[in-house]
Design a protein around this ligand. Sequence first.
Ligand code: HEC
Ligand code: HEC
Ligand code: HEC
Ligand code: HEC
Ligand code: HEC
Length: 396
Amino acid sequence: MKGRAGGLMRAWRRGGTTAILVIAAAGVLRAGGPTAPGPRQEGAVRGASLTSAEECARCHVDIHRYWKASMHAQAAENSRFQAQLEELRSKGNAEPICVRCHAPAAVYLRDVRWEKKATWEGVTCDFCHSVRGLRADPARPFVLDVGNVKTGPLMGATPVSHGAQYAEVYTSSDLCAPCHQYVNERGFEVLTTFAEWKASPYPARNMSCQSCHMRAASGRVVDPKVQRVAATTVNLHEMPGGHSVAELNRALQAQISAVRRGGTLDVTVTFVNRGAGHRLPTGSPLRSIVLVVDADGAVGRRQTATRTYARVVVDEHGKELTDEVTMWLKGGRVVKDTRLAPGERRVEQFSFPMPRGTPAHAVAKFYYRYMPDAAPRGETGQPFLSIGAWVDAGGR
Ligand code: HEC
Ligand code: HEC
Ligand code: HEC
Ligand code: HEC
Ligand code: HEC
C-alpha cells in the first residue's frame, strides 16, 4: 500500500452518530484532498478535490459502466461544447455560465484551469454524491460537502471504505432541477424540463425524474469481490433520454391510416406523448421531432410532407437562434411551441394527389433532431419510429 493515507482510520461525530471510516487504499477518497488531511470541515470546498470516477469504478463497477455511457459523462468533453467554450473564452468571461452545469467541479472547486480529472468528467459521481442539499442561489445551487462521506439513496449502507449517509434529495426531482431548469440573464427560460414535469400528472403519481431515467437495471452496487451486499439491481446511471432510440420509442406512440378519396390519398397520423414526463421534445430549444410522411403510388413519383415539433426562440431583434451559445446568452422569447405536452395526443392530416386505379401506400417516419446544423450526414436526424399503411387500387 502506497501513499500516506493508507490504512489511516478516522472517526468523527455528526448528528449524534459516529461514523468510522477506514481509508483502505492509497490516494482513494482522500478527505478534502492532499492539503486537508484532517477531519472534514463543513462547507469548506476550497482546496478540496472531487475524486475521479475511475476510483469509484474500482468498487462500483456496474454503476460506472452505465454512467460512462451517459451524456453526463460527456458533458464537459463534448467536442461541440468545448468548441463553444473556446470561442467564449476568447471573447470574455461568459464561461462560468456554461461550466456550472457541464463541468461543475470547475466552478465548485475553483478549478479554473481545468487541471483536475473530475472537471473533465463533467457531471461526475463525486459531484452528485457530495451534494448535501440545495439552496436558492441560481449561480451555486448545490450545497456541496466534499470529503469521505458519500450521500445517496440507501438507508443503512455499510461501506468499509468510505462513509455513507442517506439523503432524501436523491430520490427527488429537486436534485436534477438546478441543471435542467434555467433562466438566462434576460429572464428567458432556456431549459424548462423541471417545470414541464412539475405541471404534468407525474408528480401526483409519485414519478420523479429518477423513476424513468434511473429505473432499476441489472447490476451490483458493489463488486462482490470487494464487499457482498444484498441488492442485485442498481439505479440506471446511463440516464437515457433523447439520445436513446429505445427511450424515444418509449416516449411516442403512433398510428397511421390512409384512405383514397377521388384523386387523392388522405393520410392521418395520430400520435401521443405517452412516455415522457415532460414535453416531447424537452431540454435544449434546439431539439426537435420531425415527422416525415411519404406517399407512393405504383406509378408516379414519391411525394413527401414534413412537420416539425419544437420551440422556436428568437433574440431581442426577433432573429431565430440556432446554436447553444446565442440560445443560452441571448434567448429572448418563444415565438412558437409545437411540442407535445405529457399525455397529449395529436392528429395530423395530409392529402396527396394519387391517381385512381393503382395501389398506394403511405409511410410515417419520426426523427429526433438534436440541433439544426448537426444532423448526421445531412440526414433529417436520428430515425426512431416508422409505420406504414396501404390502400388497394380500387379504393373507396
Ligand atoms: C446526476 C447525478 C449522479 C451522478 C453523476 C451519479 N449518481 Fe449515483 N445516484 C444518483 C441518484 C439520484 C441515485 C438514486 C436514484 C434513486 O434512488 O432513484 C444514485 C444512486 C447511487 C448509488 C446507490 C446504489 C443504487 O444504484 O441505487 C450508488 C452506489 C451510486 N449512485 C454511485 C455512483 C457512482 C459510482 C457514480 C459514477 C460512476 C455515480 N453514482 C454517478 C445520482 C448520481
Ligand atoms: C473500496 C470500495 C469502494 C470505493 C472505491 C467506492 N465505494 Fe461507494 N460504496 C462501497 C460500498 C461497499 C458501499 C455500500 C453498499 C451497500 O451497503 O449497499 C458503497 C456505497 C456508496 C453509496 C451509497 C450511499 C448511501 O447511503 O446511499 C454511494 C453514493 C457511493 N458509495 C458513492 C461512491 C463514490 C462517488 C465513490 C468514488 C468517489 C465511491 N463510492 C467509491 C464501496 C466503495
Ligand atoms: C450538474 C448538472 C446536472 C445535474 C445535477 C443533472 N444533470 Fe442531467 N444533464 C446535464 C447536462 C450538462 C446534460 C447534457 C450533456 C451533453 O449533452 O453534453 C445532461 C443531460 C441529461 C439527459 C439527456 C440524455 C440524452 O440522451 O440526451 C438526461 C435524461 C438527464 N440529464 C437526466 C438527469 C436527471 C434525471 C438528473 C437528476 C437525477 C440529472 N440529469 C441531473 C447536467 C446535469
Ligand atoms: C414518465 C417518464 C419520465 C419522467 C418522469 C421524466 N422523463 Fe425525461 N424523458 C423521458 C423519455 C421517454 C425521454 C425521451 C424522449 C425525449 O427526448 O423527450 C426523456 C428525455 C429527457 C431528456 C432529453 C432531452 C433531449 O433533448 O434529448 C432530458 C434532459 C430529460 N428527459 C430530463 C428529465 C428530467 C430532469 C426529469 C424530471 C424533472 C424527467 N426527465 C422526467 C421520460 C421521463
Ligand atoms: C442550467 C444548466 C446549463 C447551462 C447553464 C448550460 N447548459 Fe448546455 N446543456 C444543459 C443541458 C441539461 C443540456 C441537455 C439538454 C437536452 O438534452 O436537451 C445541454 C446541452 C448542451 C449542448 C448540446 C450537447 C449535445 O451534444 O447534445 C451544448 C453544445 C451546450 N449545452 C452548450 C452550452 C454552452 C456553450 C453554455 C453556456 C453559454 C451552456 N451549454 C450552458 C445544461 C446547461
